[in-house]
Design a binder for this molecule. Structure first.
Ligand SMILES: [Zn+2]
Length: 475
């Protein structure tokens, strides 16, 4: 047993019957009252970590937080001694998917493969207790997965489910509907909202009138819409009232030379390569406009790092999680990227985007973070979540505490869930990560997850990961 002082007397089992045998096999703590003692507390607000803190949780909620010596621990509480460990809020990550891009290829005809067996376990095991799926290609699979996770049949994170993509004509994705008119978009939004989807995502080839109709229809349902845009610029979308934009500024075509209205040009991904972030007034003006419009930005650095020259070689551990065909696909992609003529531009885009994300945050913008487990096939749930957060420090220049806030409180705020999740505070859901290290000084310590508590139920992170080894990409 890794944790000391687990006392096994006097409790009765808490809602055991709720969980399937499969889910139970990953649960390490399932008791109504738990006192986590002597933790280094990183609360998600960005405030300094506090040593010698106790957190008492009761029936899935945080009941008390404070200094060890002020804690009055209920007699019935299970006690977990966290001396030498850090306690953090569960991550709230906003650009997640239940599919992988391995096997997707044929350039411009990209078929995506659903991963409902492996990804939920990797997300939860990495500490992502709440995720937004940010677009899907198998709507009923995602919806039913959410229901089964909520019912305890399958271990996984709390899911904010995003409807199928609002895409336009010209798309390279055969799994998406290609909306032709504003009326199409309204019918599409209402249909999927009726099915139970609670957020929407506009995609690259949607045009201005169709996007405007979609935004208004989503807002009429009291829901939110984000976008990975291209044909529509960031400024145009913000002006129309879009709530959020994905991929930092990489998907921004605002800096595209001679861009035609409503056109997504083939080289759109490289528009940012030609920008001088420090001297081009248009950069600061766009950031100021987005801050003023309260448009939220999602950073997805992990997936973009996969196209840069400087990316670290994949670890043997990471590779061991892939199914054989997915590992082959990823390694072929990597070899292609290293010899690609556009790699210099990818590097410039990566650096410029990182600078702009930091500027946006420093100007008061709400920056969130997500994984986007697609790209070269090597960015996957779990490992990708950690990498996306590490890169906020390594590439953007945030402090570890700021990066943790972006991955917790900021994500919760963007979803309107800041009163339920995102920080360690009295009354909130007991969504907590126990880490064997100190991520407030070394961000990579977020990888040392031992237990992940979701609504007070403690899951064994290593068991969740081990259960999908060699299978990622297969299912
Ligand atoms: Zn995505």
């Amino acid at each position: 047993m890794v944790l000391a002082c687990i006392m096994f007397s006097g409790w009765h089992s808490f809602s055991q019957s709720k969980f399937s045998e499969q889910t139970k096999s990953f649960i390490a703590f399932n008791v109504p009252v738990i006192a986590m003692k002597d933790a280094l507390l990183i609360d998600g607000t960005g405030n300094a970590a506090k040593p010698h803190q106790t957190v008492i949780i009761s029936n899935g909620k945080i009941d008390w937080v404070g200094n060890n010596d002020k804690a009055s621990i209920p007699a019935a509480a299970a006690i977990i001694d966290l001396n030498g460990k850090a306690l953090m809020p569960g991550f709230v990550m906003l650009h997640e998917h239940m599919y992988i891009s391995a096997h997707a290829m044929e350039q411009r005809y990209a078929h995506l493969r659903q991963t409902p067996a492996t990804f939920p376990r990797l997300y939860l095991g990495a500490g992502a207790t709440t995720i937004r799926t940010a677009g899907n290609v198998e709507p009923y699979s995602d919806l039913n997965l959410k229901k089964d996770i909520d019912a305890g049949k399958i271990p996984g994170p709390q899911m904010e489910v995003t409807a199928p993509y609002l895409e336009g004509k010209g798309s390279m994705f055969p799994q998406m509907k290609h909306l032709a008119t504003p009326e199409d978009a309204v019918a599409f939004v209402n249909f999927w909202a009726d099915q139970g989807f609670t957020s929407f995502k506009a995609y690259m080839f949607i045009n201005k009138p169709t996007l405007k109709a979609a935004i208004d229809a989503v807002h009429a349902r009291g829901l939110k819409i984000t976008g990975h845009l291209c044909a529509v610029t960031y400024r145009e979308a913000a002006e129309m009232g879009i709530d959020q934009l994905e991929h930092g500024f990489v998907a921004s075509t605002d800096f595209q030379v001679a861009k035609k209205e409503n056109e997504c040009p083939p080289n759109a991904d490289y528009a940012l390569a030609g920008v001088n972030v420090d001297t081009d007034a248009s950069v600061r003006q766009l950031l100021q406009y987005l801050v003023a419009k309260k448009t939220i930005i999602t950073s997805t650095l992990a997936v973009f790092e996969g196209y840069t020259a400087a990316q670290p070689a994949p670890s043997a551990e990471l590779l061991s999680y892939f199914s054989p065909d997915s590992r082959d696909f990823y390694q072929q992609q990597l070899a292609g990227i290293k010899s690609s003529p556009s790699i210099g531009d990818d590097d410039k885009v990566f650096v410029n985007n990182a600078r702009m994300e930091k500027m946006f945050y420093d100007m008061g913008g709400l920056l969130t973070v997500g994984t986007d487990p697609t790209g070269n096939g090597g960015t996957i749930a779990g490992f990708g979540n950690w990498r996306a957060i590490e890169l906020l420090v390594e590439a953007d220049g945030f402090t570890p505490l700021q990066a943790i806030r972006i991955a917790t409180l900021n994500g919760a705020s963007a979803l309107g869930l800041q009163h339920q999740v995102g920080t360690i505070a009295i009354g909130k859901q007991a969504d907590l990560i126990i880490v064997d290290g100190d991520p407030s000084t070394n961000i990579s310590d977020i990888r040392k997850v031992q237990y992940v508590f979701k609504q007070g139920i403690g899951f064994d992170a290593k068991k969740l990961f081990a259960s999908v080894k060699g299978r990622v990409g297969f299912n």
